[in-house]
Design a protein around this ligand. Structure first.
Ligand code: FES
Ligand code: FE2
Length: 331
């Protein structure tokens, strides 16, 4: 359910797209030898998977005569072959072959097509977006270590939401809505900490579980604007791997992969599935609000609203395109 969408100017179109690592596909959505045009960050880029299984990403237009590299192109070996005159490019953006000419200058061989850093982590393909093409400032975040083996993927979910990407992680700092929207007891005693590019929330509280109220722990680690990994430990043990990716400053692609610990009994699997269903229900409760709310740069906050301003203060660095990153403070 996405709810109706208002046509009023909601103020998001004026916001810039933040920089960071963002999910652009699930790994299994791009097969070997496949080329995909990606539409995110209010722009386009082209991703392909070479014969060696590696993903590569480049700007969309061929530097030869401007063809779109996502149209009629294909993969030859590890290279992308433009559909217009069959020039070939490697993952560094260099020309590797021109079928009707032996002359490839040194600079054309090096890089004549701009590339995007791309990485696959835990089944998700991430690109580094920065409007100035600055190199990545941090690493893609990974899930916590799984006790007793490997995390078991219980389900993958995705939604397209008509809202700026900053608002989805902000929802986790909006404590007053937990009771009103999700009907969960709150606001819980939580600890919000900023550490460089990372934001952490630790909550130890009474949780509503399928077996009633019990003490549980929620540990959320958000790295940059695009990734949040949340570990729920209560009657069960679940990890939610969340990615938010700006399609434009007004529209966001939200992805979740839900994992649980291995070796659960059938009964525990049912409890875990109920827990996951409840989390999915919660996001479906948020979405109609997200699809219609406006950008409120000066919220009327009162005690009990949660660390919304602290969140925004940290988030502002992802709009500071000239900044070198958080300053290291000497001990
Ligand atoms: S436009 Fe791409 S090879 Fe000519
Ligand atoms: Fe919510």
């Amino acid at each position: 359910m996405t709810g109706t969408t208002t046509s009023l100017d909601r103020g998001y179109s004026q916001l810039p797209v933040p920089y960071g690592w963002f999910a652009v596909a699930m790994s299994n959505e791009i097969g070997n030898g496949e080329v995909k045009t990606m539409r995110y960050f209010d722009t386009e880029f082209v991703v392909w998977r070479g014969g060696d299984g590696q993903l590569r990403a480049v700007d969309p237009f061929c530097p030869h005569m401007g063809a779109h590299l996502g149209i009629n192109s294909d993969v030859t070996g590890n290279d992308l072959r433009c559909g217009y005159h069959h020039w070939r490019f490697n993952g560094e953006g260099g020309v590797t072959k021109i079928p009707y000419s032996d002359t490839i200058t040194a600079s054309m061989k090096r890089n004549c097509l701009k590339t995007w850093p791309i990485e696959e982590v835990e089944g998700v393909a991430y690109v580094w977006y920065h409007p100035n093409k600055t190199a990545p400032k941090w690493d893609v975040a990974r899930m916590p270590e799984c006790p007793g083996g490997d995390w078991v993927l219980a389900g993958s979910y995705e939604w397209t939401v008509n809202i700026n990407c900053s608002e989805i992680p902000e929802n986790g700092q909006d404590y007053a809505h937990f009771g009103a929207v999700h009907g969960v007891p709150g606001p819980p005693a939580t600890d919000f900490k900023v550490d460089g590019w990372v934001r952490r929330n630790t909550v130890v509280a009474e949780m509503k579980t399928p077996k009633g109220l019990m003490e549980g722990k929620i540990d959320a680690t958000a790295t940059g604007p695009g990734q949040s990994i949340t570990e729920f430990v209560d009657v069960t043990h679940v990890v939610m791997n969340q990615q938010v990716t700006p399609i434009t400053s007004e529209q966001t692609h939200l992805r979740w992969q839900m994992y649980h610990i291995p070796g659960l009994s059938d009964g525990k699997v049912r409890v875990t599935q109920a827990r996951i269903r409840d989390l999915v229900k919660q996001v479906n409760q948020d979405i109609p609000i997200w699809n219609n709310k406006k950008c409120e740069t000066r919220p009327l906050l009162v005690k009990g609203d949660g660390p919304i301003l602290a969140y925004r203060q940290q988030y502002a660095k992802y709009y500071d395109f000239e900044d070198d990153g958080p300053k290291v403070v000497a001990a």
